[in-house]
Design a protein. Structure first.
Length: 153
C-alpha cells in the first residue's frame, strides 16, 4: 500500500496559500520566542485591530458599549481580550481560552553525562541549549532577557 503525500494532492493555489501561511507563522515564531515577546506581539496585533488597553479606557473615563474591544495584560506574561456584547452581562458571556507555550530545553553548564551507556543532559532552568555548529541562528534556546537569536530557519 502506497502512502500518499498530502502536498502532492494540492493544486498550485493551495500550495501557495500553504506557503504564505507558513511564512507568516515563521515570522510569528521569530517575534515570539518567550511568553513576554508573544504578549508584546499580541498587544501590537490587537491594537492594529482596534483594541484598546482596559486601564487606559478606564483612565479616560470611556464608557464601554456593545462592539467595543478592550484588552488587559498581566505581568507581561498573559493577556485577555474582550469584545463587549449586546446582551447584559447577567445573561452570560462566551469565553475562548488559549495559552502560550515557548518550547525550550534548558540544561546545566556542563550538561553531558553517561548513564547505562546512554548520553544524557542535566537540566537547568537558566541556561538554554543551542546548536552553534551552524552559527548563532540555529539556537533553539531562549532567555527571558530577550538576547537570543532572532531568526527561525
Amino acid at each position: 500500500m502506497e502512502r500518499l503525500n498530502a502536498w502532492n494532492t494540492y493544486d498550485l493555489a493551495a500550495q501557495d496559500a500553504c506557503m504564505t501561511f507558513a511564512e507568516g507563522y515563521k515570522s510569528f515564531l521569530d517575534a515570539g520566542k518567550t511568553e513576554r515577546e508573544c504578549v508584546d506581539y499580541f498587544v501590537e496585533e490587537a491594537e492594529k485591530n482596534g483594541y484598546i488597553e482596559l486601564g487606559r479606557a478606564i483612565a479616560e473615563g470611556k464608557e464601554l458599549k456593545a462592539g467595543d474591544c478592550v484588552y488587559s495584560v498581566w505581568m507581561n506574561k498573559s493577556m485577555v481580550l474582550f469584545r463587549i456584547g449586546e446582551k447584559p452581562f447577567e445573561e452570560g458571556m462566551n469565553i475562548l481560552g488559549a495559552h502560550i507555550d515557548s518550547p525550550r530545553l534548558d540544561v546545566k553548564q556542563n550538561p553531558l553525562y553517561e548513564d547505562g551507556g546512554n548520553p544524557l543532559l542535566r537540566r537547568d532552568k537558566k541556561i538554554p541549549v543551542c546548536d552553534t555548529s551552524s552559527g548563532p541562528s540555529r539556537c533553539r534556546g531562549q532567555k527571558e532577557r530577550g538576547d537570543h537569536p532572532r531568526k527561525y530557519r
